[in-house]
Write a protein that binds this ligand. Structure first.
Ligand code: B12
Length: 209
């Protein structure tokens, strides 16, 4: 029996190489990548998030845990993002201005790619004007906006306003997501859809076309 707790703790402690070894061991023992993600990696982000909120750990520890998470996630990439599904459409996605969190966005990308989407990753700290430039220049079906901070959520609204001002809003569907985002907020800012997690993001993206 694989011990997910040990993997979770190694990620939470920011032990990059131990987390990588355990992730590899889980995959080698035949456990599906999605199960490793859900049972081993994601709980680690909950643990460090809670400890950070309580003031038990500080930014350096948060950074180390984020690094261990990203390294382990890379090992899941071949399985999660396996191409082969029928072509679904073109999706551009980025984390909004002022926000550097990209783990959740990257998981969304892996899942979309694994389900036939051609994804352009715009990265982090993306300004509304940059989103507009991308929508203008490319033939995308959906634009995804990610935010993990309550104080960067308004940048989602700013991005949608900028799309409207540039006459681009009708050209693209906008999806929003990230831990503090809610369906009510999505509706309030005029997004086309909200998804709670990467699995839901894939299902909703499909339904938008
Ligand atoms: C790791 C982490 C970091 C890392 C990020 C590393 C990285 N490369 O991403 C670092 C160390 C950089 C960091 C920095 C900060 N962080 Co931080 N961080 C976290 C932590 C622990 C985990 C985030 C995470 O990856 N979660 C796991 C992923 C998988 O979940 P997710 O992002 O929600 O994504 C899922 C869904 O939301 C959805 N989704 C996400 N995006 C999208 C987009 C679309 C289009 C769709 C459809 C769906 C979707 O699908 C994803 C997969 O299922 C959280 C706590 C937590 N529990 O979330 C705090 C947290 C988000 N951070 C917080 C804070 C305060 C900060 C700092 C301000 C700290 C500081 N004093 O400097 C800085 C801000 C830096 C900046 N300007 O962005 C607070 C935010 C509080 C708030 N409500 O605003 C949190 C909640 C911690 C806490 N409890 O206090 N952080």
């Amino acid at each position: 029996m694989f011990d997910f707790t040990e993997l979770t703790h190694s990620v939470a402690e920011g032990e990059v190489s131990k987390a990588g070894d355990l992730t590899r061991r889980a995959l080698d023992s035949g456990i599906a990548a999605k199960e490793v993600l859900d049972k081993g990696l994601l709980p680690a982000m909950e643990i460090v998030g809670n400890s950070f909120e309580k003031g038990e750990i500080y930014l350096p520890e948060l950074l180390m845990a984020g690094d261990a998470m990203k390294a382990s996630l890379e090992l899941l990439r071949p399985e999660l993002a396996t191409k082969g599904a029928a072509y679904a459409g073109r999706y551009a996605i980025g984390t909004v201005q002022g926000d550097l969190h990209d783990i959740g966005k990257n998981i969304v990308i892996l899942m979309l790619e694994g389900n036939g989407w051609e994804v352009t990753d715009l990265g982090i700290d993306v300004a509304p004007e940059q989103f507009c430039d991308v929508v203008k220049s490319g033939d995308f079906d959906i634009l995804g906006l990610s935010a993990l901070l309550t104080f960067t959520m308004p940048k989602m609204a700013d991005t949608i306003s900028a799309l409207k001002e540039a006459g681009l809003r009708s050209k693209i569907k906008v999806m929003v997501g990230g831990a503090p985002v809610t369906p009510a907020f999505a509706q309030q800012i005029g997004a086309d859809a909200y998804a709670r997690d990467a699995v839901e993001a894939v299902a909703i993206a499909k339904s938008l076309l």
